[in-house]
Design a protein around this ligand. Structure first.
Ligand SMILES: Cc1cc2nc3c(=O)[nH]c(=O)nc-3n(C[C@H](O)[C@H](O)[C@H](O)COP(=O)(O)OP(=O)(O)OC[C@H]3O[C@@H](n4cnc5c(N)ncnc54)[C@H](O)[C@@H]3O)c2cc1C
Length: 385
């Protein structure tokens, strides 16, 4: 993997920082299902999580391709950017759709890390992928809204001060289009946690700080509604291309880690008096994964180009997410197979990375829904749902 990539200087600096958090650190976090607080603190202090925030709010004002380089490098170095990626991009909804007052109030704190905005509550147990049928409801009472309902799979709620929340403000039966009548709120969880907001952790296959949230008459100031009432779906949707691009970069980082790990081990491990990497049965899956990773990476570069040009990158961001998650999994599978039994041992990190990789077939968007998007919006076939 000797080809040149953009932001090599940033990649080198991030790699240096990641070196301070070796395998043993990530293994311990994984084993204890512990949030990598120290890693996230160091990354925040170095300013990397403010990459996409404009300078006037204290951020680095960098384009999305720089953000992608940072997240890719974390995963390529053996870490898991999933613990901190949301602090980089969730603020995009405020930046694009928030009022001048909301931007001035929240963005500087998010840029410095004094305010953590890394919880995003959309999914509910009964609605799942069908976001427009979500049931959490906010009723207006004077200068505030009162929210009732439940969210599930809200990552990092225990490690966030703010929550970007999508709820109904008009019942689905009363709106012309099912995606209308939803509103986005920025909830300061510090004001309500343990009272009208209950946060319950969910133990999962990988260490992802997932939780469920229960709202019981939770008050939120109307001033914390983002944009127009009833238009929240549109605001949330506008952030999804950035999320898909950045998570694609993490998948590429993981794919590179697996490929490097597998090819090195294949050269060293001797069985039947020769390195296992001399057998084509071992070489070919790794070579194929490399080909998949390189083509996915090209699609990622194209998605970033379109995004940075200001055009709608919907098609490219979805293709990039699909291909990079597949390349990541193919590389993970080849790596696990190359390591044989040792791949299942915690100390080699392969099984941990493999578990982490499997998530990206389901979240933040399931593969099937990306394929549906391509069928409907790119190939103009009939809508399936
Ligand atoms: C670890 C983790 C972290 C997460 N973090 C967050 C978070 O921070 N915030 C948040 O809001 N959500 C989060 N999610 C939720 C995630 O976005 C959802 O799991 C995902 O959107 C799918 O919803 P679901 O799990 O209800 O699956 P379902 O909607 O029940 O779907 C189940 C399966 O059926 C398939 N399916 C459903 N409908 C169709 C269809 N029409 N055509 C073809 N296939 C279909 C899906 O692709 C999927 O494979 C997280 C999930 C996990 C596991």
């Amino acid at each position: 993997m000797k080809y040149k990539l953009a932001y090599q200087d940033i990649r080198n600096e991030v790699a240096k920082l990641c070196k301070k958090f070796p395998s043993a650190y990530w293994q311990k976090c994984d084993r204890e299902m512990k949030y990598p607080t120290e890693f996230v603190r160091v990354l925040t202090e170095a300013g990397y999580l403010s990459a996409l925030i404009p300078e006037k709010y204290g951020g680095l004002s960098l384009p999305i391709s720089a953000g992608a380089a940072i997240l890719e490098e974390i995963n390529r170095s053996g870490g898991n950017a999933g613990a901190c990626h949301a602090q980089m991009y969730t603020m995009g909804t405020i930046l694009r759709h928030g009022s001048t007052e909301q931007k001035a109030r929240y963005l500087p704190g998010i840029a410095s890390g004094a305010l953590r905005l890394q919880a995003f509550g959309v999914t509910e147990p009964s609605s799942g992928s069908d976001t427009s049928s979500l049931k959490c409801f906010a009723r207006k009472e004077g200068s505030k809204y009162i929210i009732n309902g439940q969210k599930i799979w809200t990552s990092r709620a225990e490690h966030s001060d703010l929550l970007l929340l999508l709820v109904r403000t008009t019942p689905r039966e009363e709106v012309k289009k099912k995606t209308l009548g939803l509103s986005a709120f920025l909830v300061d969880m510090r004001d309500v946690i343990g009272r009208s907001l209950t946060v319950r952790p969910i133990r999962t296959m990988m260490n992802h700080s997932a939780t469920e949230l229960f709202f019981d008459e939770m008050p939120v100031a109307a001033a914390n509604r983002i944009g127009e009432e009833g238009e929240g779906f549109k605001y949330i949707l506008s952030g999804l291309n950035a999320e898909r691009i950045l998570i694609s970069a993490e998948s590429i980082g993981d794919a590179k880690w697996f490929i490097q790990k597998a090819s090195s081990y294949a050269k060293e491990r001797v069985v039947f008096n020769r390195p296992i990497g001399q057998n084509q049965g071992i070489q070919f899956p790794i070579s194929r994964a490399y080909a998949q990773m390189r083509s996915a990476e090209l699609m990622l570069i194209e998605a970033m180009r379109v995004f940075e040009s200001g055009d709608n990158a919907g098609e490219e961001a979805n293709l990039s997410k699909l291909l990079s998650a597949e390349a990541q999994l193919a590389a993970g599978d080849a790596c696990l197979q190359t390591f044989g039994g040792f791949g299942f041992a915690e100390e080699y990190d392969v099984e941990r990375k493999y578990r982490e990789s499997r998530l990206y077939q389901v979240a933040p968007v399931p593969t099937n829904l990306i394929l549906s998007f391509i069928a409907e919006h790119v190939l103009e076939m009939p809508r399936s749902y």
